[in-house]
Design a protein around this ligand. Sequence first.
Ligand SMILES: [Zn+2]
Length: 642
Amino acid sequence: MRPMLVLALGATLTIPVVAQPPPPRPRPYPVFESSSFQRAVERGTRTRTGRPGPRYWQQHAEYRLTAILDPAAKRLSGEGTVRYHNRSPDTLRTVIFHLHQDLFAPNAIRNTPTPVTGGMELGSLTVNGHELRAVQSDTGAGFERYGTGLYVRLPAPVVPGGSVEFGFSWGFTVPPDGAPREGTDGEVFFIAYWYPQLAVYDDISGWQDDPYQGTAEFYMGYADYDVALTVPEGWLIGATGTLQNPEQVLSPPARERLRRAADTRDVVHVVGEADRGPGRATARDSAGLTWRYRATAVRDFAFGVSDQYLWDATTATVGDQNSDGKADRTLIHTFYRPSRRAWAWEQSARYAQHSIEFLSTYLWPYPYPHATAVDGVVSCSGMEYPMITCIGGSRDTLSLYSVTVHELAHMWFPMQVGSDEKRYSWMDEGVTRYNQALGMREFFPNYDREAITRESYLEFARTGDEVELMRHGDQYPYDSRAFGVASYDKMATNMVTLRGMIGQQRFMAGLREYGRRWAGKHPAPWDLFHTFNEAAGQDLWWFWRTWWWETWTLDQAVAEVTVRGDSTTIVIEDRGLAPMPVRLAVRRPGGGTQRYEIPVEVWLSGARRYELTIPSPVASVEIDPEHLFPDIDRRNNLWRGI
Ligand SMILES: [Zn+2]
């Protein structure tokens, strides 16, 4: 309100009182492309359509690894070769590996507390059979360790179309429970990030060698694996890949039950409580048994090992991938300790079966030979690896199904749609949180995980501590929910919002098309945006800008409703900073509802208020009654007539 202005001449002039106009609003500016993405478009490896470019390429590798796990000493010793195929147009003089175990080295740079073990002990490193040595300078062939990276300067460059073979021997102490995503509690060993793993060299960034610091996850290339794991007799393994030699490592009855499980949708106890141990679950060999696995075109290889495990197995129907008119099946395995029955693990094979069947129908058929869940260390919480997930901590029915469907949904994102989880965590975690909610709704009717996720985001947004999605996963504030809220809850909510805006059909067309274009490849954020733009039939630049680069919140309000005889004027205010279309429901006395939409262009033009005049009578006016959009203050969304 403004005061009256009193003039000295005796005349009093009243200045009309006007409502303060709402403060001017920020208006979204166009979506940035990174300069490296622009260059990739110019070179023809990417496009601005969401499709890979005609000159898209990616690297490939073949790993042949052997490892011996000594549970008593908590030691893993490994050796093997990695053949790296250079399919890029570039001549490579240096090749970069990750030694993720160095997260646990005494002086490692970390952004999360971890146990300290000593990290990775590198025994030998050869290139095409020639031994290399550690070097300090950047001249000549040799290798250097920095952060969790291993930088190998080659004796001779690897040309486009060429390949190079590395040989390694290494060892490390398995970290105790408390290490992120892996470790041992003495009974179970969950072994991950256990071998020298190639960094990704891609068409956008070249080498992506961001170190493993604990918080941000991974970016991994596709490779074929041939792995031999030696563990003591009586110990069971659940692993990425297909077991090649069951006749050498499993007892005849266990093999017979496994064969039966491959033929049924019932859960078969491959190893029950009384069947555990050497000679009963496994073959006998006091020197240890070597389990051989193969996997093709996967991003990683991980395994869980215990002599306590029970083993359940069944199959899941995944649709007809080879179009022969018959449903294809994949194997489901779960491994857990008897004590975990109290945490609903007896149901774990059912949960995994439902998850894989639901996701295969809703997204596209599960492409791998099995899906496995193992009871692991507490600090696994829930962690995804190709074909296998490690699940830790106390659980109940709801929580075990929830984590199972979440981790198995990762078999689509990022296992198939291989995004960079470090730089764009939302591309796998947020999409997965969204897919998880749909699985949960089917398994527990009336359970609304989408609403819980939205409230988690909104509650944090109200604190003002929110951080935008487009930020490297290691650059969020320490000891804050900001990373989790952005990557998981806000991104999942953004997907619900997008679905509400463009409709279920276009949304699903966009999501599946994105998967079809990028399965087995490395999409960048712009590939996702462009694909959804195409599905939506419009350029949603303002939407991406608002919800990915900013922490603007949405607050649409019914500001005034004025009845003047036959007509009623409704004033809608956009009080937040996030522009969105307004979905208005006008209810009439005695029933009947009309829907109005105020297009987003009104707000994009800079306006804060919009007047709508409609015929009377009006019983109530409500913005977004279906809760499609994450309005931060819903108290001002509803007006009721007297
Ligand atoms: Zn996840």
